[in-house]
Design a protein. Structure first.
Length: 172
């Protein structure tokens, strides 16, 4: 782990929210499980405000989460710790610069469930409209993550799933 980047996993989160969301896009996960740390001082990136289209979070689906954790831990030296809660969801600290994206390993729900990257945007609602105008689909509309922001899950014109993330500490 990069010593200049303090582990964001060391402190216990102030709270945790688990939500299950059904999506409506063919080929995308039929169920997305989102675990979010609730801590007013914790953002996906804490040293700089993400700029438009920065990747701020990623999720890796795995059939065997223990095997996947071992693989990525040994390959990249990532620190991976389980989120408390009923779902198998493991938070990844990539050990990069503070502004580098971190992510999660989660139990695969469907055979073709892809890696999903979440991109920082100024407004999830505005970008979601643009996705549709450009021929993409909204799989899950704008959804609040209390005290953190909003996200939506979309599908591009080639069938790839991706997420939009809007930082907003007033979300609720």
């Amino acid at each position: 782990m990069n010593p200049a980047k303090p582990s964001r996993l060391a402190a216990k989160p102030a709270g945790l929210i688990w939500k299950n969301f059904a999506t409506s896009c063919p080929g995308s996960p039929c169920l997305i499980v989102v675990a979010v740390e609730i801590n007013k001082n914790h953002n996906m990136s804490t040293t700089k405000k993400p700029t438009a289209t920065d990747i701020v979070w990623f999720e890796i689906a795995a059939d065997d989460t223990e095997r996947a954790r071992k693989f990525y831990r040994e390959l990249f030296g990532w620190k991976i710790e389980r989120f408390p809660g009923p779902h198998e969801y493991w938070r990844i600290d990539t050990g990069g610069a503070e502004a580098a994206p971190d992510g999660a390993i989660k139990k695969r729900k469907q055979p073709q469930e892809p890696v999903v990257n979440y991109f920082s945007v100024g407004s999830v609602a505005e970008q979601a409209k643009k996705v549709e105008q450009l021929g993409g689909k909204i799989c899950m509309g704008k959804t609040a993550v209390p005290q953190m922001g909003y996200f939506a899950v979309c599908q591009d014109t080639e069938g790839n799933a991706f997420g939009l993330w809007e930082n907003n500490p007033n979300a609720g």
